[in-house]
Ligand binder design. Sequence first.
Ligand SMILES: [Fe+2]
Length: 290
Amino acid sequence: MRIATLSDLHTDFEANRALVVRLAVAIHEAGADAVVVAGDISHRDDRIARTLEALRVAAPVVAYLPGNHDLWSDLARDPEVDTWQRYHHQLRAVAESAGAHYLPAGPLHLGRGAVAGTCGWYDYSLMLPEIRAQVADEALAAKHLDGIQWSDARFVAFRDAAGALMEDAAVARRMEAELAGQLAALERDAEVEAVVVATHHLPFDAVARRTGTLPWEFFNAFMGSARLGEVIRGAGKVRTAVYGHTHVVGRHELDGLVAYGTPLGYPRERLGMDDDEVVATRIGWAELPG
Ligand SMILES: [Fe+2]
């Protein structure tokens, strides 16, 4: 089974909406059995639905998990928002009404394999230790450094059972536990021989882009969590991990596991690239036994 993977389609940009059509055609021509979208389509439900519908021409099955952008709500207009509600219910309904499989609700079984997925979250563990030592806890909690704020601070509000805002690390632990539950069930399932894991946030320190300098390394705090990678590592059937979020194309061989990302990203990040080059570099491919 050939699985095409995409991420960070950001279809609020018209140029990206046009490229989604090109990507869908290329995936169809390559003969994919499924397409997996590893998050960040849009904060708008209509755009998420239209993008998933457009991808249904690419392959018989489309699977999706949200990225942080997809989870955004207008907290100024609706201060009571609980992002878990959006993650577990609203976006599931959007995906399913568009004919797509919603990965946070359960794995996708394909042939003798499966795809498992989670948005994942961040716990600041992907910061370089020397940078972490320079940054105040308050700056991390506010996601704010020298006049630049990570936008999740204004648009995401994960709440616990009592309605209190959860810390990022607690959100990351819950996302990791949900993925661990999916993977444990797949490990026990004798009919599943291999598993591809898709996450939006980064699961491994090795896949983070490093500059060694601020402000970039401050914002690596919000890239992912090393514990997410430990969950993936703990599942013996996983040989491929697909990630999104960072708009840096990468492929990493990590002790028997291939981790890669093929984000479309923002138009300004592709200056000088023609569409053929974009289509050739922004589709990832994973295999599962048929
Ligand atoms: Fe993202």
